[in-house]
Design a protein around this ligand. Sequence first.
Ligand code: BGC
Length: 774
Amino acid sequence: MDIKKIISEMTLEEKCAFASGYDAWHTPGAERVGVAPIMMCDGPSGLRKRAKINGSKEYNTTVKATCFPSAATQACSWNRELIYEVGKTIATECRSEQVGVLLGPGLNIKRSPLCGRNFEYYSEDPYLAGTLAASFVRGVQSEGVSACAKHFAVNNQETRRHSSSANVDDRTLREIYLRAFEIVVKEAQPDTIMHSYNRINGRQASQSKWLLTDILRDDWGFRGFVMSDWNAMRDRVLSLESGSDLEMPGQGAYGQRDREIYDAVKSGALDEAVLDTAVERILTVMDKLTVDENPAPSDLDANHLIASSLCDECMVLLKNEGKVLPFDKKQPLAVIGEFAHNPRYQGGGSSHVEPYKIDNLLDYIHEYNGEENTVYAQGYSLRDEKPNEAMIAEAVEAAKKCGRALIFAGMPEYFETEGRDRVHMRMPESHNALIRAVCEAVPNTAVVLLLGSPVEMPWLDGTNALLAAYLGGQALGGAITRVVFGDVNPSGKLAETFPKRLEDTPCFLDFPGEYNECNYSEGIFVGYRWYDKRKIQVNFPFGYGLSYTTFAYENIAVEGNKVKVRVKNTGDRAGKEAVQVYVGFVTPDEMKRPVRELRAFDKIELNAGEAKTVEFEMDDRWFSYWCVDNNKWCITAGDYAIYAGPNAFDTPLKAIVRKEGVNEPQLFIDMTTTFGDIATRPCYERVRAFFFDSMFPSKEFADEVAINGHGMKNKHIWASRYLVPRMFVDRRNWPESKIYEIMDEANAILRGETEAKKTELDASTNEQGPSYTF
Ligand code: BGC
């Protein structure tokens, strides 16, 4: 399509109308100039195509599609290739249904376990979330379908999602909340981005030029178009100027919002070129899309197998004392819990898929264990949170009779859904009481949890085997059964921490905020960064997951910019391991730093007894933090530990890498600068001699101060708190004007304008002689 020509032929009205959707589910179209609307559909865990049947004017049904594990579950696979495959497969279903844009992935950070939409998001860690989202986007776009990375940005709660302001400092934004989006844009260049409903530091995301243009386009190089979340826009003209190109959903042919744009152009309040740019961006993406006129239908059975193999890798074995699992086949077994009949396999809200078929969990168990060996007991009612004593007694009885039990428990769908946050982190008491009673009566019991986010586990100590199956999509039944009976060796690992109590979580006091303000007071300490730094015991850390085999982390080596980690399968069966690499700064400094942060991972497969060396390539970001003083990524000179291990709290291998400083902030000397600052901060190196020569009687003394630095040693403790200029004024009686002269001279040296030279002391202002007894 000749986009420039089309735009030049469009009337102003047509261009205004083109900046909003054709209806709830279509990009705009401009019939007169031959541009047809293209359909967009949710969502990240499968195609959710709304359709009109039986002559309805409204979208009154959802087309059947493959329901993949939800994003929270997918992330537990730590498998980029599988997630790429999922994206690609969903896109083929889009192609069959003539859908051009898929509204996913969702990559917001799980700030609190309570966020009602956590099941739709990948992780508490931005590197993991961004990397997996990038694989998904690449998979989708490989089929000529556009992906939409959402919800940009800092949309971490559902409570007051249209009005709440996420009040976050710049470092936290860059390192945590924007980072996953930065990765997805730079690595996968999604065709579209959906901005979020909320405000960020008081400004509506839709009206933030800083977010939608300065960072997204100018800084990261995004080339697609930005659309609004559904009904997220406020001021249409301001949004357009800020970089929000398309308003969704549309309001029909030429709605009120389109007229607002028209009037603004006519009155000169809006430059028409801004509108032209938005239209051009939308047309450019539409031009790329492949919408087949007569598409072949999807092979949903083949796609079910892809959902199935992903689901196998998402099962996280959290506990297996006394090797309760895997269960032997064809032995008496009590299967307990209404979820066994009616499993929860996806989340609620806009990502809800209409599965074309669902693996029947009980049928699978019967197939593996023999129906004649298997007894079912309901255990609880999904409609009642209060423990049902009769059902529990029946379940205990069945478990005792069989000598082993498999309990399905977790959270009903109404606990976690779009539009509402949870208010506590507990499972229904009916599930807790059942687990307690059965595990106490029959230790040979395994508990399988179906849920989209972490829960408290008051029964954990009394439970020997625990499998987090999360929300596995339509193939969940088979995947659970294969893991429980040992046909599949579990290899999932948590993409989020399971804390012990809600009160331990980083934003316990600030979630979901007060009225419309939510202060992110925990800063960068989100997820494991918080528990690690504060040494808070958790139930299961980020990255955790067991296998039926064991792995030894044998060796780490750093060669050039490569980190090599050798891992061996020390057990007696083949298995897969997500090898994780973390980095932490170990030279003491004044910055707040996480103990370690995930910087790389790879999932490998090892036969029994086999060892492999996994290679990772270091880059500057491994060592960087966002420096608010100079608005850049910066590396502080010093030593960094590279850790490798099976999870965030278990990193047996460690190597030290020394880094030069990059973009370190150049601070200048002012009335608040201390001796300690001058003695230790690399940025003052060039004026250190200048200052100390003019202050101290002997080189030895100056050296000692320099060495002791912040000087928490004996008499030099003052070095850390005494302000340089004040000392001259207070102790030496120097006039303030002289101090300013010295500071100006020092700052000129720091700016590179003058050479550092030895100052000649003016004897008259130094008549008391040097003094250093403070
Ligand atoms: C959700 C989006 C979704 C859109 C369309 C909104 O309410 O926040 O994630 O894509 O609806 O269903």
